[in-house]
Ligand binder design. Structure first.
Ligand code: GTP
Length: 237
């Protein structure tokens, strides 16, 4: 019997990961593959809370002339689209799911209520947190850190297009070196860009380890959950 290393996790899926090579929108094959991977770990009895980004639809920080808060609210709405798509894909795999939004839109999904989210997890439902933290100027990585602290998750699984944290951008530098593990403070000091500094310091202050790994290889979420050393672990020394 495969034994998971974690009981409760926050899985952060970047919006970009959902777009695949197209770079925009939702690739249904990728969505299906991610749902399959989540379903695999759910079957192991792991409580899975999911935070989705929105960068496949809208990237607030790239909007040059727009008011930053407005651009960020648009990004939060983008995460709701992704959350509903993921909910649909997970339910097609037979999982019970609940979407909770940080900005009330009751006709679409229930609002974020911490104790209800924990109860859903205890009842075996995958919970998808949408609309970021509900505040502009905060990223969905920060949402993952905040929700992980709130629901007392043991770890954040940061599913990315790249397969870990490198000392320079592997897309631009073919000799970039991957870290097996790295301290939060080094991520911040070296400006490694794996997570923004707000999210990283929130994890540091609450001692929540982050595992950064590539989502495009099927089965990777399960590998991480079973304790395999793939990707990069970000933690304190
Ligand atoms: P428990 O019965 O407490 O275990 O949880 P439950 O989620 O099954 O109960 P509830 O009656 O709260 O929810 C039933 C369904 O309605 C679920 O699919 C919820 O996601 C959905 N739901 C609950 N509250 C809201 C809401 O405010 N807005 C929307 N759109 N759906 C909601």
């Amino acid at each position: 019997m495969e034994k998971p290393v974690y009981k409760r996790v926050v899985l952060k899926i970047s919006g970009e990961a959902l777009a695949g090579d197209k770079g925009f929108g939702i690739d249904s094959d990728i969505l299906n593959s991610i749902a399959e991977q989540i379903s695999e770990v759910h079957k192991l009895g792991v409580q899975v809370a999911i935070v989705v980004g929105g960068g496949n639809i809208w990237r607030g920080r790239n909007s040059k002339h727009m008011d930053r808060a407005t651009a960020d609210y648009m990004g939060m709405l983008a995460t709701v689209i992704n959350a509903l798509a993921l909910q649909d894909a997970l339910e097609n795999k037979g999982l019970d799911t609940r979407v909770q939004t940080a900005i009330e839109m009751k006709e679409i999904a229930e609002p974020y209520i911490r104790r209800k989210a924990i109860r859903h997890l205890e009842k075996g439902r995958a919970v998808i947190f949408a609309a970021g933290t509900g505040n502009p100027f905060f990223s969905t990585d920060t949402t993952a850190a905040l929700r992980a602290a709130e629901i007392e998750a043991e770890v954040i699984l940061l599913a990315k297009k790249v397969d870990g944290v490198y000392d320079s951008d592997p897309a631009l530098n073919s000799s970039a070196q991957k870290f097996e593990s790295i301290d939060y403070i080094d991520v911040i000091n070296k400006g490694l860009g794996v997570m923004d500094s707000t999210a990283t310091s929130l994890c540091m202050d609450n001692s929540i380890p982050i595992i950064v790994f590539g989502i495009s290889t099927p089965g990777n979420i399960k590998r991480v959950i079973l304790g395999e050393n793939i990707g990069t672990v970000v933690r304190g020394s």
